[in-house]
Write a protein that binds this ligand. Structure first.
Ligand SMILES: Cc1ncc(COP(=O)(O)O)c(C=O)c1O
Length: 409
């Protein structure tokens, strides 16, 4: 069975990083990541979500307006709510999972403190939203959330080139996993000094027990995406529903607190892993882009609608929308391809947000219809063509199931 993703971190990497000498100080990691993504400063945290939380608390904001896409990971609004501020969700565009300028314009007001721009899957955002935000709210802090889109770029370079900050994640399942870690990249020296002082005062170093636990969970994740374990788990999901992706995303939506190890910084071992991973980023991105370019070309050639992009995305996943996701996933599973379906929810559904009536219908539309075709390193063009053939078969058998979902009225 072809899994929906594979970690770019193998037991060999874990072993080598444990024994091979290399830089392992947080400052070296912070400088390397900041330099790579074009920022002068970086601060390491245990998770990206707490890096966001620390940024907000550094500013001392309470009950302030923070704009966040509705179609993002639920831990982002969780961090905002935990900081004592108000999340205002920005809907997706009706024809794209990214918010357009119109959706940002709907929410921006002169007192907006922070906008979280999220080039999901590495799809370039429309930077006019940022220009508009700085016009409407001159003191706004523009933060790019690149946890799922490291290095999103357009024809002028990195998209976060004018941003005040960027958020990266090194957690499990991310493009550059180092077992744990989140980074906040910053442009302003005063903000950097304050955030770092807060981090140094509140966060603790890892103990042997923390590292062992993360290492074991990293190894289990790696194993879970390999055969025969992957197929056995899929079978087990049918018997034990708590293992199913639906159950996992429901749990994510129900979270009202940070994880228990939220104040424990990555160990020097994880820092070594992260630095090795950073050296691979360009290679990983090239592999994903090659397969994604093939999907784009073949699907468009066959008359499918694909998500538009103004420049080549980094394609942390290859997203496609279908009218009947359950049928699509079932057909692929019969042919031994397990599709991803990230993100399966709109953050308006998250427990912390207390939203009673949705203001973001487009986010719900994509949450219901999104699938991810496999494009991780190791997926071949032959695998990609099998996926296209299955979509064609689905369209022949049930035209409506494979169609682009009807837009919300
Ligand atoms: C878009 C996005 N932003 C932020 C985060 C938070 O990252 P972390 O798990 O390091 O807190 C995630 C996590 O999956 C994410 O998908």
């Amino acid at each position: 069975m072809l899994p929906p993703l594979r970690l770019p971190l193998s037991p060999k990497d874990l072993w080598l990083s444990a024994w091979i000498d290399g830089p392992d100080e947080p400052e070296i990691l912070e400088r390397a990541f900041a330099a790579h993504f074009g920022f002068p400063y970086g601060v390491l945290f245990p998770y990206a979500r707490v890096a966001l939380y620390a940024l907000i608390t550094t500013f001392g904001w309470r009950q302030q307006k923070i704009l966040c896409p509705a179609y993002t990971c639920a831990v982002v609004p969780l961090a905002i709510t935990c900081s004592g501020n108000m999340v205002q969700f920005v809907d997706c565009a009706p024809d794209h999972f990214l918010p357009g300028v119109a959706q940002w314009a709907d929410r921006l007001t002169p007192d907006t403190k922070l906008m979280i721009v999220t080039p999901l899957y590495g799809y370039p955002v429309d930077k006019n939203s940022e220009v508009l935000a700085r016009t409407i709210a001159p003191n706004i802090f523009v933060l790019y959330d690149e946890a799922q889109s490291l290095g999103a770029s357009d024809s002028n370079g990195f998209q976060a080139r004018d941003a005040d900050g960027a958020l990266l994640s090194l957690g499990p399942g991310k493009m550059l996993s180092a077992l744990s870690g989140g980074l906040l990249l910053l442009r302003d020296e005063t903000v950097f000094r304050k955030v770092r002082a807060l981090r140094d005062a509140q966060y603790t170093t890892s103990t042997f027990r923390h590292v062992t636990r993360r290492l074991a969970s990293g190894f289990i994740r790696w194993l879970a995406l390999r055969e025969p374990v992957f197929s056995s788990l899929l079978y087990a999901e049918r018997l034990i529903p708590v293992l199913s992706p639906e159950h996992i995303s429901t749990r994510e939506l129900m979270e009202t607190k940070f994880p228990t190890d939220v104040l424990v910084l990555p160990s020097s071992y994880e820092i070594r892993i992260a630095l090795r991973q950073l050296n691979r980023l360009d290679r990983l991105t090239t592999a994903r882009r090659t397969v994604a370019a093939y999907y784009d070309h073949r699907l468009q050639e066959e008359g499918f609608i694909t998500f538009s992009h103004s420049a080549t995305p980094t394609f942390t996943r290859y997203p496609l929308a279908v009218s009947d996701r359950t049928k699509t996933i079932r057909l692929f599973a019969k042919e031994k391809i397990q599709l991803g379906w990230f993100i399966r929810y709109s953050c308006e559904q998250a427990a912390v947000t207390n939203v009673t009536s949705s203001l973001c219908p487009n986010a719900l539309l994509w949450a219901r219809s999104m699938i991810n075709l496999p494009n991780f390193q190791g997926v071949s063009i032959v695998d990609a063509e099998r996926c296209v053939e299955l979509l064609l078969r689905l369209r022949d058998e049930r035209e409506k199931a494979a169609a682009w979902p009807a837009t919300v009225s």
